[in-house]
Design a protein around this ligand. Structure first.
Ligand code: UDP
Length: 238
């Protein structure tokens, strides 16, 4: 059996990734397909930690634009990620995958608190770990959470799941002539303001040399290809 290239990965799933075509809420078939893809890579021996977003339910910035206190709106966003984490846990456990949700904001009745060493232990035992509630701090994003947790658990790569097959110089949905990058340096992402992740997250990846693979999640089998080291999407590194 061909060995995976990566032994430990962080998979970043935006809230939208769970919403399917609707763009909001959680779609059963979409989340089940993601769960199947995850179980496939765990079967290859890769340890998988997931950072899940909340944009399919609530985004702090949107709330603050409508006059809400930003920190309060952000806490609502973090709670949205917990809802998604539980849905993902349910989908994974439905197909027999041992899963632990670890929240950056303590919610002891429904999941474990995030404890770095415990998270690593779960991974070593072959459990999928889902990091919920972002970093636990307002003014941050779940992209930054993915960068932070990757550094903490020493993941080899962040798999950034998107609806497009990589990073382009302009929006490929609106511009048919948009050019795709196969490789990017962190500094190019920052200087050109490319839609990989927000600048706080990209800086954290750059400073800690965490590579990022941006790929299309809607094509089933892509997570496996990424983990096996196939050239899919855009590789961001140095
Ligand atoms: N959020 C936060 N701190 C964090 C992570 C997330 O305040 O460390 C809040 C923020 O309001 C954000 C929301 O949670 O808008 C949902 O996360 P995000 O927008 O990153 O989700 P995604 O775009 O990946 O679905």
């Amino acid at each position: 059996m061909q060995k995976p290239k990566y032994k430990r990965v962080v998979l970043k799933l935006s809230g939208e990734a769970l919403a399917g075509d609707k763009g909001y809420g959680i779609e059963h078939t979409t989340i089940s397909s993601i769960a199947r893809q995850i179980i496939e890579i765990v079967g290859k021996g890769t340890q998988v930690a997931i950072v899940v977003g909340g944009g399919n339910i609530w985004r702090g910035v949107a709330g603050s634009q409508r006059g809400m206190d930003r920190a309060t709106a952000d806490y609502m966003g973090m709670l949205a990620t917990v809802i998604n984490a539980l849905a993902l846990q349910d989908a994974l456990e439905n197909i027999g995958m041992d899963t632990r949700v670890m929240s950056a904001i303590e919610m002891k009745e429904i999941c474990e608190p995030y404890i770095r060493r415990r998270a690593i232990r779960h991974l070593e035992k072959g459990r999928v770990v889902i990091f919920a509630a972002g970093t636990g701090n307002p003014y941050f994003s779940t992209d930054t959470t993915a960068a932070l947790r990757s550094a903490e658990i020493e993941a080899e790569v962040i798999l950034m799941a998107k609806k497009v097959d990589g990073v382009y110089d302009s929006d490929p949905i609106n511009n048919p002539d948009a050019i795709k990058f196969n490789y990017l340096d962190y500094i190019e992402v920052l200087n050109k303001g490319l839609a990989v992740m927000d600048s706080t997250a990209a800086s954290l990846c750059m400073d800690n040399k965490i590579p990022i693979i941006v790929f299309n999640l809607t094509e089933e089998g892509n997570i496996l290809k990424a983990v096996m080291g196939e050239n899919i999407g855009t590789y961001v590194g140095r």
